[in-house]
Design a protein around this ligand. Structure first.
Ligand SMILES: *Cc1c(COP(=O)(O)O)cnc(C)c1O
Length: 399
């Protein structure tokens, strides 16, 4: 019997909606692509995006900039990081997170993850006590949201400033409160594989006057900060503008225009991701050796990717499984490899940080964890096909 092969690419996103294309053409025709290149009385696309995204988040301020990683970097700077400061982060994340900590002069202190890919709260408190870190950059990696009430309480108890990396939780919430509104600052990415797509881009949100003022100057506002979409009174800037360097990382009007057109459809797209996630999850749940993360009732997630474990696999079986699924068109990513590969890397490959922590729990979980993207170009039916392929290949290897 010939085996089904899935033939759609896992990297194909949906087209930019027509409204976004038209909007982009308008900006191109105007020639005013730079965010401060405006006519008398005109509010730039970048400034409008800031207003609209702040409103979406229910936060006072939003800053649009070049990338998610850049926003993480200036978030730490705006929060007052000093050279050599320890910054806590969960060990399962993407390379731009330790990169942003390094760029801000910090030293990552890594925290174990639990079986549901969230930060391990007991280990977090241990590391808070041990490191005396003043910052925790929590990465809601692959959209898994830890108990944010407990995380916030721990941060408060130990005097730690919470910064949220919401690259995978744009549109998600915990206990009815938007992901990104628990910390002092939240950072979002609008890179192609995230929930809004402008190729590259970043959004930083906060309720704090001084933080947004510093972040705005860092982002390269020159002395044009009053033209931003959401900024405090000019007097907040009076000292900050002279004490803060320009780290040039502005968003342009072209990308802002593309994003503005997508924002009204974000929640609907999140629902579409979840329909696909749940279809795949329920198909995989038919195989009891495929372990799926528990998703607590308070977690309103966005299922733009799915992670599962086959804890019974040994190393050789892991490789065979990834290869066999790939042969059938199902692209699985594996975060357990000692060598970084593509977008994935294990924490111990971030050698530049000088971090030599041993995190056995995270290593054990990642050793048999598989990760797959759920692009919206896949149908609900496709999820059944992908689920069957994964189930069959796992069964064949396990016997
Ligand atoms: C994509 C991503 C980032 C960085 O975003 P860029 O816009 O690519 O710089 C940070 N954290 C996580 C978890 C990501 O997936």
């Amino acid at each position: 019997m010939t085996k089904t092969v899935f033939s759609k690419p896992f990297t194909q996103q949906e087209a930019i909606p027509d409204a976004g294309i038209e909007h982009a053409i308008k900006v191109l025709r105007s020639g005013r692509l730079h965010r401060y290149n405006t006519l008398e009385g005109e509010i730039s696309e970048a400034a409008l995006l800031e207003q609209e995204y702040a409103a979406y988040m229910g936060q006072r301020y939003c800053l649009a900039c070049t990338s998610g990683g850049y926003s993480l970097h200036i978030a730490l700077k705006a929060a007052g990081i000093q050279p050599g400061d320890a910054v806590l982060s969960n060990a399962f994340t993407l390379a731009p997170v330790p990169g942003a900590i390094d760029n801000a002069g910090g030293k990552p202190v890594l925290v174990e993850i639990d079986n549901n890919y969230c930060v391990d709260l007991a280990h977090l408190e241990t590391m808070m006590l041990q490191s005396k870190a003043r910052f925790f950059m929590i990465s809601h990696m692959r959209g898994h949201i830890a108990d944010m009430i407990a995380v916030s309480a721990l941060c408060k108890k130990h005097g730690v400033t919470l910064i949220e990396d919401c690259a995978h939780t744009m549109g998600a919430s915990w206990d009815g409160k938007k992901s990104g509104s628990f910390g002092k600052i939240a950072c979002f990415s609008t890179q192609t594989y995230k929930h809004l797509n402008s190729g590259e881009g970043g959004l930083l949100t906060t309720d704090d006057d001084e933080i947004i003022a510093r972040a705005t100057i860092y982002s390269g506002s020159y002395m044009l900060f009053e033209r931003h979409g959401t900024v405090p009174e000019a007097d907040v800037f009076s000292d900050i503008k002279l004490d803060t360097p320009n780290y040039s990382g502005r968003m342009d009007n072209l990308r802002a225009a593309i994003l503005r057109a997508q924002l009204p459809g974000l929640d609907q797209n999140c629902a579409r991701w979840n329909e696909r996630y749940r279809a795949l999850e329920s198909r995989l749940a038919q195989n009891s050796r495929i372990l799926l993360p528990q998703r607590p009732e308070q977690e309103s997630y966005v299922g733009s990717s799915l992670q599962f474990r086959v804890a019974d696999f040994d190393q050789q079986q892991v490789s065979a499984f990834v290869d066999n699924c790939a042969t059938r068109g199902v692209e699985l990513k594996w975060f357990g490899g000692a060598e970084p590969h593509g977008f994935t890397s294990r924490y111990d490959s971030w050698r530049y940080t000088g971090n030599t922590q041993q995190l056995p729990q995270t290593l054990e979980i990642l050793a048999t964890t598989f990760d797959l993207r759920i692009p919206l170009t896949f149908s609900i039916e496709d999820m059944g096909i992908i689920g069957s392929i994964i189930d069959e290949e796992a069964t064949e290897i396990l016997g």
